[in-house]
Design a protein around this ligand. Structure first.
Ligand code: TYM
Length: 336
């Protein structure tokens, strides 16, 4: 019986410790919504996390925790397939094949690599070629849509180029070009420096964990930068605009409308906006924390579920690599 699943949506997240509200509003919330309409496959990409010199125990526990966090966010094993990347070796096999279709210059121009160079960070070859592994993660499932945050735009473009080049080079119409899917909150900015995207690497005051305690959320939102001093009179500063984006992403559209109106009639007090954002976030995260502690209690069930689902995803991955190898002219041991 052919148990191959055809996926329409694919996306992945690195297990880099705690998931933050940027990850959630930019990507994961959308992943959950898309399950209702599409066949989706989502991955916890532990091989990507290795590019940051991760410590083995932390890598393992962060990977397990990310699986739990995604389930708590609402990724449903009855609707979607959730895999751990290292359980599917075909991702790395396809990466090698695609590496030979990727120009050195294209990888050198990736912003992440250029930034690391600019700051004189020592980078591994893995960090350099990481975008090709990402292209393999996407193309191996032959899905049409890739829900991601705005920071992944360049990686997605490279993936499309590689797919196109494969088709041209081997004179086949094999890969469809995947399309990125963005939300209205595809770029959540740092609270302490709203000119930069929210990320964990900049330090505690820059981000909010999705499972953060209510008290800390309130403190962080209260301390958020609202006036960066360079905003023209009557315009919204980046910090204020970011708070409105977060409020909207929490599903508080009515409050966004009424407080935006207050802003343009000069009646908005920033404490009022911050209060609304804190309350919306606390409401959201309290529900998620409860769900996570329920799930967390059954670790063996989670391990079984993730192995089963990864095995399911692997069937599709294997089939793609088998077909790709045929086009390329290299050998396969067997089909399945
Ligand atoms: P990662 O793990 O950094 O982030 C996971 C998802 O969260 C989004 N995101 C944000 N969205 C809005 N505002 C922010 N401040 C913010 N920060 C992060 C990211 O855009 C992403 O969608 N290279 C990827 C992982 C990856 C991948 C893939 C993604 C590997 N293979 C295949 C899609 C398809 C990354 O490091 O994301």
């Amino acid at each position: 019986m052919n148990q191959l699943k055809n996926y329409e949506v694919v996306s992945c997240i690195q297990p880099s410790g705690d998931i933050h509200i940027g990850n959630y509003f930019g990507a994961v919330k959308n992943w959950v919504a898309l399950q209702e309409k599409y066949q989706c496959v989502y991955g916890v990409v532990d091989l990507h996390a290795m590019t940051r010199n991760s410590e083995p125990k932390a890598l393992q526990s962060n990977t397990d925790q990310m699986v739990i966090d995604l389930l708590a966010c609402g990724i449903d094993p009855n609707k979607s397939t959730l895999f751990v990347q290292s359980l599917i070796p075909e991702h790395t096999e396809l990466t090698w094949i695609l590496s030979n279709l990727t120009n050195f210059g294209e990888v050198s121009r990736q912003t992440q690599f250029k930034n690391a160079q600019k700051h004189n960070e020592s980078t591994s070859a893995g960090f350099f070629t990481y975008p090709i592994l990402q292209a393999a993660d996407i193309l191996i499932y032959k899905a049409k849509y890739v829900p991601v945050g705005d920071d992944q735009r360049q990686h997605l473009e490279l993936c499309r180029k590689i797919a196109e080049r494969f088709n041209t080079r081997y004179e086949v119409d094999y890969f469809d070009l995947p399309e990125a899917m963005y939300t209205n909150s595809s770029r959540i900015m740092s609270l302490a420096d709203p000119s930069q995207k929210m990320s964990k690497t900049k330090g505690e005051k820059h981000f909010i964990r999705l499972f953060e305690e209510a008290e800390t959320i309130r403190k962080k939102v209260n301390a958020a930068v609202t006036d960066s001093g360079d905003t023209p009179e009557g315009e919204m500063s980046k910090g204020v605009s970011n708070l409105f984006t977060i409020l909207g992403a929490c599903g508080k559209g009515d409050e966004v409308i009424s407080l935006t109106n207050d802003f343009y009639t000069n009646q908005l007090k920033y404490t009022q906006l911050k209060e609304a954002v804190s309350e919306a976030l606390v409401e959201l995260t309290t529900g998620l924390r409860t769900r996570r502690s329920e799930i967390q209690s059954d670790v063996s069930l989670i391990n079984d579920t993730i192995r089963e689902m990864s095995e399911k995803a692997r069937k599709t991955a294997r089939n793609t690599v088998y077909e790709v190898k045929k086009h390329v002219g290299i050998k396969s041991i067997s089909h399945f």
